[in-house]
Ligand binder design. Structure first.
Ligand code: ADP
Length: 253
């Protein structure tokens, strides 16, 4: 269980508050989706959870342990991150995924690390790309490799920042499927931002609507309403039912 309590953050002492007394919790194996306008503080929240930024106040516990007191390595055994702008070194796909094991090995990967990397590649259907350089991959393939690297880390929580941001619709579907498959089976929790509200509804268990650095609404899909979307995004939408599920249609045009 991830539990964030009264988290407040600003980038410098004189700059405005970006996270304003945020509290949220996410149970093991749950997919939590953070929804909010650009600049509302989603990435900043991820960065504090990952220890890249230090909050001014508040607590972040993961399974009863204080995440803010963990060192990088201890945290990496618990949480993996797939950022928006994925950076790979000049490495093969296999070596890139093996790097996910870095928190567990010292100077050299063990046989077990290599086996886990290979197993993860196989599970994601990336075997054929194993010896290719990551620089030669398409956007969808890069995203898959980044997810494979994160899964090879065997985290208990995966944090994704806009995992489908620059992908075409086929790759979008593929990546969402991979996220579901790679995490639900293993009981790994997911905290993600998604700009597409229908994608969010299709994979999310809980939703956190963030505005001006505050969580304004949270809960299961029943809280996703036209009013909540209007208040959060200042956008007019209609919600209809399609095949027994909520479907959000752009009502502003
Ligand atoms: P989101 O991910 O929701 O688009 P961000 O967390 O990236 O939002 O940004 C929240 C706010 O913090 C914005 O006003 C943004 O300009 C500001 N911000 C983001 N990164 C920095 C930084 N490194 N230094 C100063 N301000 C930043």
């Amino acid at each position: 269980m991830l539990r964030i309590t009264d988290l407040t953050f600003r980038y410098t002492r004189k700059s405005p508050v970006v996270l304003d007394n945020i509290s949220l919790s996410l149970k093991d194996g749950e997919i939590g989706v953070l929804l909010g306008k650009n600049g509302s503080g989603k990435t900043t929240l991820f960065k504090t959870v990952l220890g890249f930024e230090k909050p001014e106040a508040g607590q972040i516990d993961f399974n009863g342990k204080d995440l803010l007191k963990m060192n990088r390595r201890e945290r990496a055994e618990q949480i993996a991150y797939v950022p928006q702008d994925i950076q790979f070194g000049d490495l093969t796909v296999f070596d890139t995924v093996l790097l996910g094991r870095l928190p567990y090995f010292g100077l050299k990967a063990s046989k077990e690390d290599e086996e886990i990397a290979l197993k993860t590649l196989k599970e994601m259907g990336l075997e054929e790309l194993a010896m290719r350089n990551t620089a030669e991959l398409s956007g969808g393939e890069r995203q898959k490799v980044a997810i494979a690297r994160a899964l090879a880390q065997e985290p208990k929580l995966l944090v994704f920042d806009e995992p489908t941001g620059n992908l075409d619709i086929a790759n979008e579907q593929l990546i969402l499927k991979e996220i579901l498959r790679g995490t639900k089976e293993k009981g790994i929790g997911v905290l993600t931002s998604l700009h597409d509200l229908n994608e969010a509804l299709s994979i999310g268990d809980v939703f956190f609507f963030i505005k001006d650095g505050k969580i304004r609404y949270y809960g299961d899909s029943s809280i996703v309403t036209e009013l909540v979307i209007k208040d959060t995004f200042d956008a007019d939408v209609s919600i209809i039912e399609y095949k027994g599920k909520k479907l959000i249609v752009n009502g502003g045009l």
